[in-house]
Design a binder for this molecule. Structure first.
Ligand code: PAF
Length: 279
């Protein structure tokens, strides 16, 4: 069922105690579908939200052109087990303007994607907190491609003692390794071809790590070498940070996040792998 009103959504969910929630901005691909399928296995009711959240886009970003196709998304979401697709208007969510935000500290938000998009995560944490407050799920399902988003939403849930769990699902990749993203559709043929080097560069790091390399600078250097093959790409960041706290490290001794972001024209693509640490 497609729902656009908060009161209707609340009414439908009022007596349900086992809800799985998949927040999305629509333009659903197999990555989103894997989250919905996983939620389906564990909950009486699965709610998928489709809300292109204006507050997580900065001026000049792709809010106006972000792909929107509610009919197609509704069909896809329900075909893999969503019971309700919650697709409110911007007015329904924010009215004439909200004065309240949920902000996770700079130590987690001012690096990686937050460095180039300083207001992005404030929009993400605020809207997810707001949606959780409407849906009251037992579990929220997030994709691991947005690693920083996962880390800070987990932190938000912990710090605010929200009574729910955050579950994550692995990155779903295209046939050649490119991580699925709603923004991949912006790429032209040449850019799409070169985009394979994102995952290739991460694989090289993984390979070196597997044979014992633990020095962060050396690993970043090898990664950058592979990314040079993407001649149309402008690197936004190449980072290897401690997982959870996102602090800089020199040597990989415990779980670490290898994360990259590149621009093809105005299209920004991200990808990551997690290294478990230890020798
Ligand atoms: O990952 C996304 O699609 C969005 O950031 C989210 C979590 C749905 C919040 O708008």
């Amino acid at each position: 069922m497609l729902i656009d009103s908060i009161s209707k959504m609340r009414q439908l969910l009022s007596n349900i105690s086992n809800i799985g929630f998949v927040p999305t901005m629509g333009a659903l691909h197999d990555g989103h579908l894997s989250l919905i399928e996983t939620a389906r296995k564990h909950h009486d009711i699965v709610v998928v939200s489709i809300f292109v959240n204006p507050s997580q886009f900065s001026p000049g970003e792709d809010y106006d052109v972000y792909p929107r196709n509610i009919d197609e998304d509704y069909t896809l979401a329900t075909s893999v087990g969503a019971d309700y697709v919650f697709s409110p208007s911007v007015f329904e969510i924010y009215g004439t303007g909200s004065l309240t935000n949920v902000i996770v500290d700079d130590t987690l938000t001012n690096k990686l994607c937050g460095a180039a998009r300083p207001t992005h995560f404030k929009g993400v944490t605020t809207v997810v907190a707001l949606l959780i407050n409407i849906i009251k799920p037992q579990k929220v399902y997030l994709g691991e491609k947005d690693a920083q988003q996962v880390i800070l939403l987990k932190r938000m849930v912990k710090d605010l003692h929200m009574d729910l769990e955050v579950a994550t699902c692995p990155i779903v990749r295209d046939f050649d390794g490119l991580a699925l993203s709603s923004r991949n559709t912006y790429l032209n043929d040449e850019e799409r071809h070169e985009a394979i080097y994102l995952y290739q560069s991460l694989l090289v790091v993984k390979k070196q790590y597997d044979i014992g390399e633990r020095n962060v600078e050396a690993l970043k250097k090898s990664l950058a070498e592979v990314l040079k093959n993407a001649t149309l790409a402008k690197i936004d960041y190449i980072e290897i940070l401690g997982y959870d706290d996102l602090q800089s490290i020199e040597t990989i001794e415990k779980k670490a996040l290898v994360a990259i972001a590149v621009f093809f024209g105005k299209t920004r693509l991200i990808d990551n792998i997690v290294l478990e640490g230890g020798f």
